[in-house]
Design a protein around this ligand. Structure first.
Ligand SMILES: NC(=O)c1ccc[n+]([C@@H]2O[C@H](COP(=O)([O-])OP(=O)(O)OC[C@H]3O[C@@H](n4cnc5c(N)ncnc54)[C@H](OP(=O)(O)O)[C@@H]3O)[C@@H](O)[C@H]2O)c1
Length: 240
């Protein structure tokens, strides 16, 4: 029987590419999203992948949403924590609200999604968790104290879960994408985009599909012994 994979923020950008790649690899995929109903409806129409609306920032909504997915598709065996937001501002101008929104979604969201799914994975002695962090969680970034903190925190969660889950057949890994040509990045003024690209040794932005291929490998049986790792997919922009 097909394994069930749940992708948060799975209807747009990198998440959409991940949902599609996992569907094509034979998983029963559920794609979660937060509020953009139009994009979600278009995504389902184009891919046939069912979407589920709730905010990963809300623990109770996650519990209810996961229950709905499991009622439709069976126990979640693969969780991809992809949902993420930015609220950029230089530190002296960053508001507490900007700080909190990013921490609630990018960091607490990973706790809120993983915590309800974890007991079932332990019982079944199988689980694959992949969290999409960021190059800026590894190196920091101007105007992204909130985002960099949240994404660095995701790496801490991943490494700790790996140690707790290993004896239960659960792996937890992270991917740190560099700059990927999603709507968000393509929307920045061309001049800024060019300056970003000039810092990437590969001379181009990454594609959502390149990140999706990393996820597909990490959740596969072939990756059973890879646990607690961070894959940097950034065109050579930054080495840890
Ligand atoms: N793009 C890059 O260059 C880049 C680089 C490094 C890391 N990343 C990380 O990769 C991930 C995906 O980025 P992206 O550029 O593909 O983003 P995106 O195009 O903005 O898509 C974000 C997705 O996450 C969903 N989402 C946002 N807040 C949510 C919440 N509270 N609950 C549930 N879903 C939520 C959105 O739902 P709606 O459609 O309803 O808004 C959407 O489906 C993020 O974690 C991001 O930090 C991106």
């Amino acid at each position: 029987m097909a394994r069930t994979a749940l992708v948060t923020g799975g209807t747009r950008g990198i998440g959409a590419a991940i949902s599609i790649a996992l569907k094509n690899a034979g998983y029963a995929v559920a794609a979660n999203y937060a509020g953009n109903d139009e994009a979600a409806a278009k995504f389902t129409e184009e891919t046939g992948i069912k979407t589920y609306k709730w905010s990963v920032a809300d623990y109770d909504a996650c519990t209810a949403g996961i229950a709905a997915v499991e009622a439709d598709l069976g126990p979640v065996e693969v969780l991809v924590n992809n949902a993420g937001i930015t609220r950029d501002a230089p530190f002296h101008k960053m508001t507490r609200e900007q700080w909190q929104q990013v921490i609630d979604t990018n960091l607490s969201g990973v706790f809120n999604m993983t915590h309800p799914i974890w007991p079932g994975m332990r019982e079944r002695k199988f689980g694959r968790i992949v969290t999409i962090s960021s190059i800026n969680g590894q190196k920091g970034q101007f105007a992204q104290v909130n985002y960099a903190a949240s994404k660095a925190g995701d790496l801490g969660i991943t490494k700790s879960l790996a140690q707790e889950g290993a004896r239960f057949g659960i792996t937890a890994n992270a991917i740190c994408p560099g700059y990927i040509g999603t709507e968000m990045v393509m929307a920045v003024p061309e001049k800024i985009r060019e300056s970003i690209i000039s810092q990437i040794p590969a001379g181009r932005l990454g594609t959502p599909e390149e990140i999706a291929r990393c996820v597909k490998f990490l959740v596969s049986d072939d990756a059973e012994f890879i646990n607690g790792s961070t894959i940097s997919a950034n065109g050579g922009q930054f080495f840890v």
